[in-house]
Design a protein around this ligand. Structure first.
Ligand code: FES
Length: 602
């Protein structure tokens, strides 16, 4: 009797119960009160798609399809699915793709971060609900990969990530440009009157010249590098351009690896340990990665029952103080992701970082990170090559602490600054008077007013853009330089908010201030015009120079002022927005929903 026929016989053997820990099509049966009938019915319907009993007896590899015509970062997903399927079938598996939601930064209102947790729930529940033995998660744009890993850890079936890959850079008047650091630089120049309308229009045509994720070390690239460091994708899978043949070969290899994962049955909760995350944080610091990655990593860690609570913001700071910045990419440096790929990408970086890594951390292949590095071919690019954007450990681009955690009475639960992306390093140790904007609308209304009382030493404060205060915690932390100052040549100021900023942005900018302004006890929420604020990254300090008595007085007044804090809105808002406002935790905890975390309901 052939294997396939043996399977068919057992499917119809009514005297033998179908085990609840079955594989393939027999797992997770729909509830009809008769498991054999559920399996029979499932086979009826899947045969409508033309599958044979032989195909249905193979390990089933789910492929998460996040294609959307609103998502240019995912424009190559159809080709990637084809390549993954080839890899799965070459290894004897059955590949079945299915959709989840797709999120793009510019097509998500109010912000893509508002939808990250929804995407994680979609991913988790579709992995859990469907009969898959392993899943390839195709993502790329900023919030998609963290959402997928959050959902994947919670579902805890074998998963492997495949990112769409970075876009190529464009060119304007002989200068390379790329989304999205150069979107912001050029827009700032246009605002300051240094670029005319013809130029800014031509630049608009060139900033995103191909499919793929932003071509600098923004959040998408950062998360791709972190996934490789975590061992959740092939080590050469982070940097290959979206439109390259190398990207398709990575996809094929990912399909093969997924079939292997379906037999090792290694789940993300088994693969990922505290050491895996320490490696990820080391890589984050060495690449000058996005500040957003800290929020995402805290949310991802918070999903893992064994690792949650073993890593805090202080862990990022401690690792940062001994990790140099080695990758010369915008916004901290000058180059693009294609240059990093041509410099050896993550394989070269991880080899350089070996002394700082936990090489015995597991990877999705079942081998350790050290074993994977030894097994992954890598031809070092000569240090002297002008195209090499990877620095040696003993000759870094920035000595340490590209991302700094700040604490003080203004942010008792922490704040974050990407010190390596400061455009005026004097501002990293600075004391100045606050110019306060109550929210994004207030900022938009007054930032360019000629009457605004502001000078280059002022500290720009933007309140109420935190997780609850402005659901989705928008990337408005890159407060624009007031036009009257930018026209005088001021390029950077100390700017503070409880929101986020794009990973592609730069400047001396304190973010993720926690607790946020919308919290009734937030000190950041009671800062007033003229208050003195001091930032000192050497001490990791962010202080409001106002007496404790005055702080208490202002908080008491605020709490007793009807409508000053949006509690009522949290309780009475309908739908997903209401769920978000009632359930989101603070930035230092990852801005996840409390009921999805490992510490939440079981
Ligand atoms: Fe998708 Fe930048 S907009 S990665």
């Amino acid at each position: 009797m052939s294997e396939a026929v043996r399977n068919i016989s057992s499917d119809y053997d009514l005297d033998t119960p179908i085990p609840t820990d079955s594989n393939g099509l027999r797992q997770g049966l729909t509830s009809y009160g008769d498991a054999h009938f559920s399996l029979f019915l499932r086979k009826v319907f899947i045969k409508a798609l033309g599958y044979s009993e032989d195909a249905l007896s193979r390990p089933i590899i789910g492929i998460v399809n996040t294609y959307s015509s609103f998502n240019p970062c995912h424009a190559n997903v159809p080709q990637l699915i084809d390549a993954v399927k080839r890899g799965v079938q070459l290894s004897g598996g059955l590949a079945i793709d299915f959709p989840t939601i797709s999120i793009h930064e510019s097509f998500s209102s109010p912000t893509s971060m508002f939808l990250r947790n929804l995407m994680s729930m979609d991913t988790e529940e579709m992995i859990r609900a469907q009969p898959v033995d392993a899943v390839v998660l195709i993502g790329g744009c900023d919030k998609t990969t963290p959402a997928q890993l959050m959902g994947g850890i919670s579902a805890n079936k074998p998963i492997i990530h495949l990112v769409t890959g970075p876009m190529m850079p464009g060119s304007h008047k002989g200068v390379r440009i790329g989304a999205c650091t150069d979107c912001r630089n050029n827009w700032a120049s246009f605002r300051a009157g240094n670029i005319d309308v013809e130029d800014i229009s031509a630049i608009n045509d060139e900033l995103a010249p191909t499919a793929g994720t932003c071509g600098v070390m923004g959040t998408a690239s950062t998360m791709a590098c972190i996934l490789a460091a975590l061992g959740m994708m092939p080590l050469n899978g982070a940097t290959a351009p979206a439109v390259s043949s190398a990207r398709l070969r990575v996809a094929e290899a990912t399909g093969k690896l997924a079939v292997q994962a379906s037999s090792t049955k290694l789940t993300p909760q088994q693969i990922l340990t505290r050491d895996s995350f320490l490696n990820a944080i080391t890589v984050l610091q060495a690449i000058g990665g996005s500040t957003n990655a800290v929020v995402h990593l805290m949310a991802i860690i918070g999903r893992h029952p064994e690792v949650a609570n073993t890593i805090t913001l202080d862990t990022f700071d401690e690792i940062g103080r001994r990790t140099p910045l080695l990758v010369d990419l915008k916004p901290s440096g000058e180059n693009y992701m294609t240059d990093f790929h041509n410099s050896g990408g993550m394989v070269a970086l991880l080899n350089e970082l070996k002394p700082l890594l936990h090489l015995d951390a597991k990877t999705v292949s079942g081998r350790t990170l050290g074993e994977e590095l030894a097994a992954t071919p890598y031809v070092p690019v000569p240090r002297s090559s002008p195209t090499n954007c990877l620095h040696a450990l003993d000759n870094p681009l920035y000595p340490a602490s590209s991302l700094v955690v700040l604490r003080g009475n203004l942010c008792p639960d922490g704040a974050l600054m990407k010190a390596s992306a400061s455009k005026n390093r004097k501002l990293l140790r600075h004391k100045g008077r606050a110019v306060v904007f109550a929210n994004s609308a207030d900022l938009a209304a007054r930032i360019d007013s000629v009457d605004l009382q502001v000078d280059a030493d002022s500290v720009l404060v933007l309140q109420n853009i935190g997780p609850v205060g402005n659901p989705g915690m928008p990337e408005s932390g890159l407060i624009p330089i007031p036009r009257k100052l930018s026209e005088q040549g001021v390029l950077d100021m100390l700017r503070l908010s409880d929101g986020r900023m794009s990973g592609t942005a730069g400047g001396t900018i304190g973010l993720h201030i926690s607790p946020e302004s919308a919290d009734p006890d937030s000190v950041f929420g009671i800062v007033e015009d003229g208050d003195v604020i001091e930032c000192d990254i050497d001490r990791g300090a962010l202080e409001l120079h106002v007496t404790d008595e005055e702080i208490k007085r202002r908080i008491a007044i605020r709490k007793s002022t009807p409508g000053a804090i949006g509690k009522a809105a949290q309780l009475h808002t309908r739908g997903y927005r209401g769920l978000y406002m009632r359930s989101v935790n603070q930035a230092h905890e990852g801005a996840d929903f409390d009921f999805l975390t490992a510490a939440g309901p079981s």
